[in-house]
Write a protein that binds this ligand. Sequence first.
Ligand SMILES: Nc1nc2c(ncn2[C@@H]2O[C@H](COP(=O)(O)OP(=O)(O)OP(=O)(O)O)[C@@H](O)[C@H]2O)c(=O)[nH]1
Length: 355
Amino acid sequence: MTKVDIISGFLGAGKTTFIKRLVTDVFQGEKIVLIENEFGEIGIDGGFLKDAGIEITEMNSGCICCTLVGDFSEALKKVVDQYHPDRIIIEPSGVGKLSDVAGAVRNVEEHCGIELNSCITVADGKKVKIYLKNFGEFYSNQIEHAATIVLSRTQSMTDSKLKEAVALIREENPDAAIITTPWDQLDGEVIRNAVEQTSKPTDLLNEACLHHDHDGCCHHDHEDCGCHEHHHDHEGHGHEHHHDHEDCGCHEHHHHDHEGHHHADDVFTSWGTETVEKYDRSEIEQFLDSLADEETYGTILRAKGIVEGTDGSWMEFDYVPGEYEIRDTKADYTGKICVIGTDIHTDNIQQTLHV
Ligand SMILES: Nc1nc2c(ncn2[C@@H]2O[C@H](COP(=O)(O)OP(=O)(O)OP(=O)(O)O)[C@@H](O)[C@H]2O)c(=O)[nH]1
């Protein structure tokens, strides 16, 4: 039986970083396939994992929620038949709903010879508050439906900020195991226990990851959406927001512009390009420094890329609001840049980058 682990998390949360850790220190020796569903067309994350012998299947189908069910069961089945892996790690798009992904996996478990093993959400500890406030519709879903929540960047948070972030998460999800210790202080076994929930009683994982009828792969209806259990789970928890069918994300499948409910494609824009343009490191620094300028670029939530330097070396960069890093890397087959945000001014980005 192939185990399936879902590693969700908002844009730039640290999903890929955490997956690298899992592959290196927790699931070492296993045959692993990673299925990525990037929001936006350009896959940039592959290098390290490919080098580690991980098979990567990309599903660059844009928004996860509508295209997911059919494509996804196909992709899973193909992966199982082709590779017979011990484990499939699914990294949904940062704006995907975890309940949709978990539901889709549950629906094809028997059919595909797989078993949903864990539902994990990686969250940037520093941004829990702001993202809950600004993108709650997408963000809460990932928090609510996780059995394990892995906080990133806790090493650079004060105790009071960390407590605040944990309290906010607890309001959304009273049961999940929350990893607050910086990952580099944890050995693989501790991470495995938290991820696999072996220290937790009862079938928490099943509750969090949702049960579904196993009567088919591809149809998506209310029974499939995952809201059912959730509806019951949260009764009596005193949640302010009522969770009903209109909240679960399945509605969009039927009525795209239902009031108050947004399709990820309507809220977030992804711009990407392949380019042979060469850059000075300082130019990339300036660009990343300037991305916080909302007037010029809109609200940029994530940028990443791999580009050639003017000196022939290659650079990889990552931006999330408030921080960025530029790393030396090996040459890729061409340069690639991707920027994601809300109301983004792609013309200004293109002008700055000469593409
Ligand atoms: N300081 C610090 N940086 C982190 C941590 N986790 C991730 N990062 C950095 O955050 C950036 C984004 O990390 P990724 O692992 O690519 O995040 P992701 O969730 O896969 O991002 P998407 O590509 O948007 O899906 C990278 O520059 C990471 O090095 C952390 O715990 N501490």
